[in-house]
Design a protein around this ligand. Structure first.
Ligand SMILES: CC(C)(COP(=O)(O)OP(=O)(O)OC[C@H]1O[C@@H](n2cnc3c(N)ncnc32)[C@H](O)[C@@H]1OP(=O)(O)O)[C@@H](O)C(=O)NCCC(=O)NCCS
Length: 168
């Protein structure tokens, strides 16, 4: 990600917000409740670019014809004793899902995380999200646990699933 991506990232995040608003059965996890303004995205991007520069965040985006279609990142643990652990997050725009883009981003982030000295990675998503489960299993992640009823959406509870892997 770079500063020039700002407008493409505003479009990307708001397509995701739209999906969650429109489709309560969407596989999207927590977050993404409100439309994001250009100013808010600019603030987020400048902060994230600093974190990338400092090695706190590892990021990978996928672009097609100048449009951002997927965005993934790994955030390092903040404390001295969690520095070697990373939390991963990833979203592909719905019309491009199931085409191998997510898996390529996961592979890239795993490789970069290893190179940055991380030892473990963790990711959390809706337990019913088979695409995510498959993508992470293929990248060497195993189920670490389930958080029953973590998500409350449209009057129903959904389980959260945590997967993790070691990098050595
Ligand atoms: C999870 C997500 C990031 C995966 O990205 P993607 O670009 O769709 O991933 P891929 O195309 O690489 O698909 C991953 C695997 O799932 C498979 N798959 C696709 N749709 C599937 C379905 N409905 N059921 C089961 N597997 C499915 C793909 O075929 C692929 O496996 P393969 O390599 O054996 O063919 C994407 O679906 C997404 O953005 N979901 C919403 C956000 C989210 O839940 N993120 C969770 C991670 S933080």
């Amino acid at each position: 990600m770079k500063w020039d991506d700002l407008d493409r990232l505003v479009s990307f995040i708001n397509v995701i917000v739209e999906e969650k608003r429109r489709d309560s059965s969407s596989g999207l996890y927590a977050g993404f409740d409100e439309k994001v303004t250009r100013e808010e995205e600019a603030e987020w991007l400048s902060q994230t670019l600093v974190e990338i520069e400092r090695g706190e965040v590892i990021n990978a985006i996928a672009e097609l014809s100048g449009k951002v279609i997927a965005n993934g990142e790994v955030t390092r643990g903040k404390y001295k004793d969690t520095r070697r652990h990373g939390h991963m997050g990833l979203t592909t725009i719905s019309e491009y899902r199931g085409q191998g883009i997510g898996r390529r981003i996961i592979e890239t982030l795993v490789r970069e995380s290893r190179g940055a000295g991380l030892r473990t990675l963790e990711v959390e998503f809706l337990a019913a999200n088979e695409t995510a489960r498959r993508a992470y299993e293929k990248a060497g992640f195993n189920q670490a646990g389930i958080i029953p009823h973590k998500i409350f959406r449209s009057g129903k509870y959904f389980d959260g699933l945590i997967m993790s892997r070691e990098l050595c």
